[in-house]
Design a protein around this ligand. Structure first.
Ligand code: KG4
Length: 339
């Protein structure tokens, strides 16, 4: 039996999880509310909050799992990419825990963890996992990538954003409309009562499989600025249509490259992950395309698609099986790719 304690602290969620043989026993997430007032994550505040949350969160994960510290075989932690100050809290905690309890440490790449979230098993539930190779669209507040997954620990990035991530586009445009942070889920909700064809915004013309979202953000900003000059109540009067049209543009951009990647690689097993994978219009678009093209679609349950330690622990589990441990001299990294 292999028990892994996973730690995630790459951005603004402090999370700890316990997995036994790939089955999640607990997955505790403490989201930081402190950033709401600023309309985005403030790095220094994030690391301070991690510092306060990490011990109670780990304590709770161990309690909920019904295990004791002596049952743990290894500690897996997110080493990067992410905010350095945030990552330092999780990494330092993992080192202290490893030394105190004489445990091996496993470093986890946050992107890889989002992908392997598809392999988390839940107790007493039928699990459905993609088979290799599969294609992943990873979309969150910090990532927009297309990845071929050849095996648990063998992944190939074939496209990525050259500027903003899709979640960032949602959040920044939401901020311009005066909506609370994070804006993605709010736009999703408001878009349900809006007309997605009402307004149109610039779509990037980027060759290959890369994404770009900064142009959309600028186009949205200028459009609102011009309309507000004519009518100061433009946003309030058109909020649902604005959200629906913006959301449609983001989803069209994401789907366009996903379809292209599926066609180029011939892969029909499609997984989506990251916070934006919760978007109802994205899920609908992926399922519609699946029905048209015979894709098999995999989306982790909400608690495992956002930043969480369950995905870190499951990655740690596969690394444990292949003997990939790391020494105490390890340091976090803010930026990286999968390659
Ligand atoms: O993976 P995640 O929890 O963590 C970070 O990358 O920090 O993703 C958060 C992102 C935010 O940008 C948020 O606005 C977006 O995911 N998001 C959504 C939805 N739920 C979360 N975007 C659009 N529609 C949603 N339903």
């Amino acid at each position: 039996m292999i028990v892994i304690l996973g730690i995630e602290s790459s951005c603004d969620d402090t999370s700890a999880a316990v997995l036994r043989d790939g089955v999640v026993l607990s997955n505790v997430i403490a989201s930081q509310k402190v950033h709401e007032a600023y309309g985005g994550v403030v790095p220094e505040l994030a690391s301070r909050a991690h510092q306060q949350n990490i011990i109670p969160v780990v304590h709770e994960a161990i309690r909920q799992a019904g295990i004791e510290i002596k049952d743990i075989n290894a500690i897996a932690f997110t080493r990067g990419p992410g905010l350095l100050g945030s990552l330092l809290v999780g990494t330092s905690f993992a080192k202290g825990f490893a030394i105190a309890n004489k445990l091996p440490m496993i470093e986890v790449n946050h992107l890889q963890a989002h992908i392997l979230a598809n392999f988390i098993k839940e107790p007493g539930k039928e699990s459905r996992h993609p088979s290799f190779p599969f294609l992943t669209l990873l979309v969150s507040g910090g990532n927009s990538q297309l990845i071929i997954v050849h095996d648990y620990l063998d992944m190939e990035m074939i496209g990525q954003t050259i500027d903003d991530a899709a979640g960032e586009a949602f959040d920044k445009c939401a901020k311009v409309m005066g909506l609370p942070y994070p804006g993605g889920p709010v736009i999703d909700r408001l878009a349900k009562d809006g007309n997605p064809e009402r307004f149109s915004f610039n779509k990037p013309q980027i060759s290959g499989l890369d994404y770009s979202f900064s142009g959309l953000k600028t186009s949205f900003l200028y459009f609102l600025r011009d309309e507000l000059k004519k009518n100061p109540d433009f946003i309030q009067e058109n909020l649902n249509d604005l959200c629906a049209s913006l959301q449609k543009t983001v989803i069209d951009i994401l789907m366009d490259k996903l379809k292209k990647a599926a066609k180029q690689t011939g892969i029909k097993q499609i997984a989506i992950g990251g916070g934006v994978s919760a978007n109802s219009a994205l899920q609908k678009a992926v399922h519609e395309e699946a029905a048209r093209c015979g894709w098999e679609v995999y989306i982790p349950r909400l608690g495992y698609s956002v930043d969480n330690a369950g995905m870190v622990a499951v990655t740690g589990y596969y690394k444990y099986l292949s003997g990939q441990f790391i020494g105490l001299d390890t340091v976090p990294f803010a930026r990286t790719t999968l390659d």
